[in-house]
Design a protein around this ligand. Structure first.
Ligand SMILES: Cc1cc2nc3c(=O)[nH]c(=O)nc-3n(C[C@H](O)[C@H](O)[C@H](O)COP(=O)(O)O)c2cc1C
Length: 175
């Protein structure tokens, strides 16, 4: 594998990508930088942030490189169902997909994204505050909508690192 490529708006995806680069020793580039450093069709691991259920940069990355795995970084609480929704709505069939919970920081958002999230945060937090039987996931989301939150951790990357080790083992066996 050549490199880890990422696209990040407020920094959470970059943080995951940097942790992965540290752990694997792979080169790290933003999708923009990659054009100058990574050849077309090369094997990469791609990370993109979730924007209205689509993985930012995924289409461009899939067009230019051979994606061995994709990590989608969003604010939603992780679940198998959400992961399946992401795979389905982004039409990813060629490689494994991982979902990583990033975070939410209103103060880092600008322009249209800030406007969209201001409306969403207001609607979601009002709805959750009125809900009688909130689950722990609801509470997590409510807290994040009201005060922001950062869920990036090395521990969340365990499945990705396990996949990477297996992939490395598989390719060394082939050579
Ligand atoms: C306009 C907009 C739409 C978003 N849509 C989703 C979404 O569909 N699912 C999700 O889990 N998070 C969604 N998020 C939250 C971001 O994916 C989350 O904050 C992520 O950690 C951002 O990563 P970044 O810091 O690398 O930009 C959205 C954020 C914005 C600004």
């Amino acid at each position: 594998m050549t490199a880890i490529l990422y696209i990040s708006n407020t920094g959470y995806t970059r943080k995951y990508a940097s942790l992965l680069a540290e752990q694997t020793g792979l080169a790290l580039y933003s999708l923009q930088e990659a054009a100058r450093h990574v050849g077309r069709g090369e094997d990469v691991l791609f990370l993109g942030w979730m924007c209205a259920n689509s993985i930012k940069g995924y289409k461009k990355a899939a067009k230019h490189y051979r994606l061995l795995a994709v990590c989608a970084v969003g604010m939603a609480v992780p679940s198998e169902k959400y992961l399946q929704d992401i795979v389905h709505s982004n039409h990813i069939t060629q490689c494994p997909v991982f979902y990583l919970q990033g975070g939410f920081a209103m103060e880092r958002l600008r322009g249209i994204y800030r406007l969209m999230m201001k409306n969403m945060a207001k609607t979601v937090s009002t709805k959750l505050q009125e809900k009688q039987d909130r689950t722990p996931e609801d509470d997590m989301m409510l807290e994040m909508m009201l005060h922001g939150g950062d869920f990036v951790s090395l521990e969340n990357l365990t499945p990705v690192l396990q996949w990477y080790e297996a992939e490395k083992h598989r390719t060394t066996q082939q050579t």
